[in-house]
Every structure is written in C-alpha cells, then in structure tokens.
Write a protein that binds this ligand. Structure first.
Ligand code: GLN
Length: 313
C-alpha cells in the first residue's frame, strides 16, 4: 500500500509538531563538544513518500550532523559493493542489547562480530568500503550518502574536528577489532573516515528522502536514481529493526513497529517499506542517546498513518 492521501499526511505532520513542540525532556549531547551548541528547541519533521511527495514542518531545513544515522546507509553501500554475504560475515547482524559505544559487546561475542548499527560494527563496515586508501573510501561514502539524499552532502568541519579530538574510545574499539581480525583496513584510517561520515550535515528533509529511498527498494523517489538494489534494502531494514536504537531497539520496535535509526545530534530516520521515509530532528536525547521528541513523533505518525509492520490491518 501507499501512504494515506497527501492532505491527510500533511495535516498529521502539522499535528505531530504542535503536539510535541512543548516537550522539554532530554538533554543535548555534549560528549562531542561541538554538538552542545545545538538549540534544544530546534524541531523539524518531514515525511517523504515513495511516490515523491514531501511534507514538512518546523526546522526541517536546519542542518545537523548525521552521526549514527549514516550507519545503515554506509552498510547498504558496502553490501552493494561487496555482496551482502561478505558484508554480513565480516560485520555481523545480531543486536548487542548494549550501548552504541560498548566495548563489552565485542568481548561478549565469541566470534567478535557486531552489527553495523553500533560503533564497532559501523567502523568495521567503513573499513570495508572500496578504495585504495582512506581518501578513496571517504569519497565512496560521501558520494553514496549524497545519492541517498539526492543532493551533495557536505561535512561539518567543526563537528568533525571536535569529534576527531575526543574520539579516543572509538579509536580503542577499532584497535580492539583489529586485534581480533575484525577490521578490514587500517584501524586509525577507518576511524577517521567513520568520524567524517558522522559529521556529514543533513536536514530532516534529507533524512526523509534517504529513508524513502530504502522504502522504495533503493530508488531515490525524488531523483529517481537507483542507489542500491532492492535485495539489499530488505536486509538493511531488518538490521535497523533489531538494532537501530541501540539497547532500546526492542522498546522501539514494540511501540513503533518499523525499522529506524537514531543519531546523537538528534535525528531519527524511520522507514515504512513500500510507503515512505520519516525524518525527525530534535536535539534533546534520552539516556540511550535517542531524540525524545523524535521518538514521540515517530510513534504518533506510525500509529496515525497506519504504518506498523506487525498490524494485521
Ligand atoms: N559519531 C558518534 C560516535 O561515534 C555517533 C554516535 C551516535 O550517533 N550514536 O560516538
């Protein structure tokens, strides 16, 4: 099926914004110092249908760094380049049930694989990107994410510099994986490329279009360009459903019933397969690092637009 009629979607997007605008819970991330500059009242929502229609409200054009929302899209590009079998075997696809930057998750799994939605698996995924060196791998990722968005995405230099100066933990994770044979190119370079990919600026509008591309079997519904094969999309959506919101992925799937992915700058992307993508931006986060208003809006719209994948009608 498709999304409900355009006027109904537009009205619900407006209603979601009005409903949750006043919510003041959560805290803007500050472990990456530059992120602390975000305004807690920024609030943008965008829905993009697989037919190409886009509905948005609030600060849907405000730029923010994509952070962990880059992870499913980079995994999709790497699966496309290497074959899904190879990527799965190299990175793993099981949920960790642990925070996104967990080292214990690596130690607890006998074969030391993770999943591409947490830092360890995401850095391993980035280390697999095709290219003779870090510069080429970075270009592959930036250009690929830009195709998902349908426009040229640019890195936020300040966010990159801020995270590069404070990401010793991610460097440690990459080295640990290297020691276990689970990094596939130089760990320092891979961490640097990963830090760059996380600092790419997007908007809620971009997230909706990127999500709609996964919803549309890999074809960007606005530019009509095929970014990845449909065969990849369903696999990426499966791993988002089980691990997209870190240790709260079970709660998310229970309430919302859709694959989604959050980032610490306050974005969340959600995919309604065959129907469309939802992008929400609101910087204040809960304890797990997921946008508070982003989750509220997504739950509301999943229910009111009838998107839950587990609903029988
Ligand atoms: N760049 C961030 C990090 O690696 C991304 C984390 C996130 O968005 N959850 O810590």
């Amino acid at each position: 099926g498709r999304l409900p009629a355009a006027a109904a979607v537009a009205a619900l997007v407006q209603e979601a914004h009005a409903r949750y605008r006043g919510v003041a819970d959560g805290k803007v991330a500050d472990y990456i110092p530059a992120l602390a500059k975000a305004r807690p009242d920024w609030f943008g929502i965008c829905v993009a249908g697989t037919g190409g229609a886009v509905h948005e409200v609030g600060e849907a054009a405000q730029a923010f760094s994509i952070q962990s929302i880059s992870k499913p899209f980079v995994f999709a590009l790497v699966c496309q380049a290497l074959g899904g079998g190879r990527a799965r075997e190299a990175v793993g696809v099981n949920a960790t049930g642990l925070p996104f930057n967990s080292v214990m998750a690596i130690e607890l799994n006998a074969d030391r694989t993770m999943n591409p939605m947490v830092n360890a698996g995401a850095i391993a995924t980035t280390s697999l990107a095709p290219g003779a060196n870090a510069e080429e791998r970075w270009r592959f990722i930036r250009e690929g994410l830009s195709r998902f968005a349908g426009r040229d995405l640019v890195m936020d230099e300040e966010v990159y510099a801020s995270e590069a100066a404070t990401n010793q933990r991610n460097q440690g994770i990459a080295r640990l994986l290297w020691g276990y044979g689970r990094m596939y190119s130089d760990p320092e370079e891979a961490t640097d490329v990963y830090t760059r990919q996380c600092a790419l600026n997007v908007t809620a509008h971009d997230l909706a279009v990127m999500g709609a591309t996964l919803a549309d079997g890999g074809v960007n519904p606005v530019t009509k360009e095929r970014v990845v094969d449909a065969e990849r999309c369903k696999r990426i959506l499966a791993v988002m459903a089980t691990a997209g919101l870190y240790e709260q992925s079970g709660d998310w799937l229970y309430e919302i019933g859709l694959p989604g992915k959050s980032g610490v700058a306050g974005g969340i992307v959600t995919i309604a397969p065959g129907k469309g993508g939802l992008g929400v931006f609101s910087p204040p986060l809960d304890e797990a690092g997921n946008s508070v208003r982003g989750q509220l809006v997504t739950r509301f719209l999943s229910e009111r637009l009838g998107l839950n994948l587990f609903a029988s009608q």
